[in-house]
Design a protein around this ligand. Structure first.
Ligand code: NDP
Ligand code: DGY
Length: 327
């Protein structure tokens, strides 16, 4: 005898295996799958759903909310970032939004440090040399990059991930560590533990740091925050890293800054604008630019934890209970 399903939930792409099995085992949920992963198919499939399991590649905007209609109670995203969701519009319609902070912080901070070392020590060029047969005899100057110890670091956005990056960099004997954001957090225990100091001026942070790391949220205020004048103020040998969202950096300006000889220490990007980035993109022509395909949280344990938290949020939202993590 079939059990009546109480809630219809739109799911565009599969979760990691254990979480997908959990979702499919929830008796109250009928999973609604679009015919394909296109926007048009998602819009067609979302009509009258109660919940949306959201991924950051898919926009949850007014058009989608209109198509879903008044049944929609909760949008649960499998990400900490929620810049793909029209939060104001959801709130106006009393739709809850769940996200997945904390469970991905370590994985993302690990990736940031990996990307920093790969960029500073020229891994992409070095790997190419091995594969392309341009690896010759050992010489003292070949493939030299930048040493990390004692380098000054400027973190844009000392939130959960920023703090964990700072902790790791401290273990690499880097410093002084400074950060910029809307709030001076010098009094916070974690900030004191890493010894980071607030810098109230972003231009000053850019002009006086050897290594700049972007780890803030993407909001209307931080979109294109890092533009050409800011980049022109950096030390020529500076390294720029972005593990947050691509459009926090004005990407055409970054190309212009690289052409002007900025960031000779390298640029490491886990995120770009757009994603995926075309293999023909000008950024990829620079030897010292190391681009990863948005894999900050891509450890299977992390992705399972994110998906599980998203499922908790989803069920709570469907049942009208407070969400474990909400926006
Ligand atoms: P938190 O909310 O803990 O930190 C966000 C930071 O952004 C805070 O330091 C905050 O500082 C800063 N911020 C927010 N708004 C502004 C603003 N208008 N101007 C300046 N700074 C601002 O988030 P997490 O550390 O957990 O995550 C940060 C971001 O990292 C996510 O939003 C996501 O986009 C990205 N991310 C990327 C991943 C990847 O795979 N590469 C993985 C996970 C996250 P303050 O409040 O002081 O302004
Ligand atoms: C997020 O969670 O915001 C990341 O970008 C993907 O893990």
């Amino acid at each position: 005898m079939s059990t009546a399903r109480a809630f219809r939930v739109l799911q565009v792409r599969n979760l990691p295996p254990a979480a997908q099995a959990r979702l499919e085992g929830i008796q109250e949920i009928e999973i609604v799958r679009p015919r394909d992963t296109s926007r048009a198919a998602m819009l067609d499939a979302c009509e009258s759903v109660d919940g949306v399991l959201s991924l950051l590649a898919e926009k949850i905007d007014r058009e989608l909310l209109d198509r879903a209609g008044p049944t929609l109670k909760v949008v649960s995203t499998v990400s900490v970032g929620y810049d793909h969701i029209d939060v104001a519009e959801c709130k106006a319609r009393n739709i809850k939004i769940g996200n997945t902070p904390d469970v991905l912080t370590d994985a993302t901070a690990d990736l940031a440090v990996g990307l920093l070392i790969a960029t500073a020590r020229r891994f992409p060029e070095a790997l190419r040399a091995v594969h392309e047969g341009t690896w010759g005899k050992w010489t003292p100057t070949w493939m030299c990059g930048t040493q990390l110890q004692n380098k000054s670091v400027g973190i844009v956005g000392l939130g959960r991930i920023g703090i964990e990056i700072a902790l790791r960099l401290k273990a690499f004997k880097m410093g002084p560590l400074r950060y910029w954001g809307r709030q001076n957090r010098d009094g916070h225990e974690q900030v004191q533990a890493v010894g980071a100091k607030y810098c109230a001026s972003l231009p000053e942070l850019f002009a006086t740091s050897d290594i700049l790391i972007v780890a803030c949220a993407l909001t209307p205020e931080t979109r294109h925050l890092i533009d050409l004048p800011l980049m022109q103020a950096t030390r020529d040998h500076a390294i720029l890293l972005n593990v947050a969202r691509g459009s926090i950096i004005k990407q055409d300006d970054l190309v212009a800054a690289l052409k002007e000889g900025k960031f000779q220490g390298g640029v490491g990007l886990d995120v770009t604008d757009p994603e995926p980035l075309s293999p023909q993109h000008e950024l990829l022509q620079f030897d010292r630019v190391c681009v990863l395909p948005h894999i900050g949280s891509a450890a299977l344990e992390t992705r399972e934890a994110m998906a599980n938290l998203a499922l908790d949020n989803l069920m709570q939202g469907l049942q009208g209970r407070p969400l474990t993590c909400s926006v």
